[in-house]
Design a protein around this ligand. Structure first.
Ligand code: HAM
Length: 532
């Protein structure tokens, strides 16, 4: 049996009803805050994430789904092209089990030829060279003058590989193919901020001169170790505010507005037990000074810490703050705090933003140890956590990224945004007992031979009038119809028998209470609609 890939999952009803309800509510909130939807591609140039998210991050070094994408050339195309170039005086295509593709006379000498049409990599190279050398040795027993030849389409990629040299006794040949497409490294998006900023730059959205308030809902992909709340394909609901500084894109009012919106949004979807954790990571100069301070503070103690901390102290001391090993905590608590290293403008930005949050009454705690896993952040960073989520407690994360556009060769465009992990939001809601209400108004059950058409006609009338309805079948006994109606979550069952059709009055029974009454056809939709 073929199963879904590890770390991916099928979302099924009734869970999908809750997903849809959340998404509808979120779109409604976004509209009230003047956000508009952006949809960017699910895969992008690998370079976008390497430069945008950061070469040294876990996401880029370990977690991306990346592949070399190239038009697949059939070996036949390559062979025909080669034959056209060399016009060998005689040739024969040889069966694959003899390790190579073709034997041909070139300039009076026998050649065994292997063609490689795919994207070459080091191991496919080694394989081809090995096969050719054996083939040549065998063929030489009959024809001592036999040459071996490896033919590949010429590309930037093949020019970076080590060539089989003359001393391996192989002639290496690159041929130009018509319509050749250079293989390209592509990646399934691990997050959406880099894609949004790319689109902002590519479409010159800065020329509009206003703040762009953009939101997205969609799948993201990270090759993480799957566990509850952590998947390899997961869904984010995110938003970004980005624009030229002249439009106020670096103002702390945006940070406060975004956080106020998030508090309202979580409340409106029905989530209660959340905590907003806030920090400021300053600008890149502040971080350089802070990293230096951490390095010096860690130097005398790092040897007693866990292996991860020892490595991080070298590569990226900020990450030491992420360590969860209990024995290391007393040391980490005593390390310098980022707040002491913020320059004046960053300090003021944070202070002013906090004052606005206090003014609108959004509660938060300051967590100076919160280090986000992406490199683009500047100044404000935040996470909303939820107690019912266990180890994967962050329902959402985000922050400012004032230099991201420039690092992707775009104009100066400060921005701030967040992404909610929708899978985690749903888990947290379910842990709090929130479900999507079953909203099937009626189950219409034809009773007796020939009644299906009447039931279908009635269902059509009712559905057109805004009633949600499902249908039974005339072959069902009444008991089975009642069971089916209950399973379908219907509030009412409507019986369509010969008498009812004739009289124009239908027996309607409320399943929960068992009360039954006869309702006239023209009053039926109003009676059933949305199960008043
Ligand atoms: P992030 O913190 O990497 O930030 O992800 C945001 C949220 O996505 C997390 O808080 C979590 O709820 C969810 N999430 C991340 N990885 C997984 C996973 N493997 N399985 C399930 N849920 C996951 C970003 O992605 C930034 N782009 C947010 C942002 C937008 N910053 C500024 N603008």
């Amino acid at each position: 049996m073929i199963k879904a890939i590890r770390g991916t999952r099928d979302l099924l009803p009734p869970d999908t009803d809750l997903w849809n309800r959340v998404e509808a509510k979120v779109r409604d909130v976004f509209a009230r805050y003047n956000f508009h939807e952006i949809r960017t591609p699910i895969f992008e140039d690998t370079q976008l994430f390497a430069r945008g998210v950061g070469e040294e991050t876990d996401i880029v070094t370990k977690e991306m789904f990346t592949w070399m994408d190239a038009r697949r050339y059939s070996e036949k195309e390559l062979i025909f092209e080669w034959i056209a170039i060399h016009s060998p005086s005689a040739f024969a295509q040889v069966e694959k089990k003899l390790f190579f593709d073709l034997v041909a006379e070139v300039d009076g000498r026998t050649n065994v030829v292997e063609f490689m049409s795919g994207v070459p990599n080091d191991s496919s190279w080694r394989g081809a060279v090995g096969r050719l050398r054996s083939a040549k040795a065998i063929w030489q027993q009959a024809e001592p003058n036999t040459e071996a030849r490896l033919v590949v389409p010429s590309s930037k990629r093949s020019s970076t590989l080590r060539k089989p040299t003359e001393h391996l006794g192989i002639i290496y040949e690159e041929i130009e193919l018509k319509d050749y497409e250079e293989p390209h490294s592509l990646t399934l998006r691990p997050e959406n901020t880099a894609g949004v900023v790319r689109a902002y730059i590519e479409h010159g959205l800065d020329k509009r001169g206003t703040l762009q308030k953009l939101y997205y809902i969609g799948p993201q992909f990270r090759r993480e170790r799957p566990q509850k709340g952590r998947y390899r394909q997961f869904y984010q609901i995110g938003a970004e505010i980005i624009g030229p500084p002249s439009a106020g894109s670096d103002s702390p009012i945006l940070d406060a507005e975004l956080l106020e919106m998030l508090a309202a949004l979580l409340n409106e979807v029905g989530l209660r037990g959340w905590t907003l954790q806030l920090n400021s990571v300053g600008c890149s100069d502040d971080r350089a000074r802070y990293n230096q301070a951490l390095r010096s503070a860690l130097e005398p103690v790092v040897a007693t810490m866990c292996a991860d901390c020892q490595r991080r102290a070298e590569t990226n001391p900020l990450r030491v703050l992420d360590c969860k090993v209990p024995e290391d905590q007393p040391i980490i608590e005593k390390l310098p705090k980022i707040g002491e290293y913020l320059d004046e403008p960053c300090r003021v930005h944070f202070q002013v933003m906090r004052a606005m949050l206090d003014a609108v009454g959004v509660p938060y705690i300051i967590n100076e140890r919160m280090v986000r896993g992406l490199d683009y952040y500047t100044r404000t960073t935040f996470e909303f956590t939820h107690g019912d989520l266990g180890a994967q407690s962050a329902v959402l994360g985000g922050g400012r990224y004032d230099g991201l556009s420039e690092s992707l060769d775009g104009p100066k465009a400060p921005g701030i945004g967040f992404a909610i992990g929708e899978d985690r939001l749903i888990l947290a809601l379910q842990a709090e007992g929130v479900t999507a209400d079953a909203d099937l108004d009626a189950y219409i059950t034809p009773l007796g031979a020939g009644m299906n058409a009447h039931a279908l006609k009635l269902a059509r009338e009712l559905r057109r009038a805004g009633v949600s309805a499902d249908l039974g079948d005339e072959t069902f006994r009444l008991k089975k119809s009642f069971e089916a109606a209950e399973k379908a979550g219907a509030r009412f069952i409507v019986i369509v028998g010969e008498n009812e059709v004739k009289s124009g009055e239908f027996a309607v029974k409320e399943l929960a209470s068992g009360t039954q009454e006869n309702v006239a056809r023209d009053r039926l939709a109003e009676f059933l609609r949305h199960s008043q």
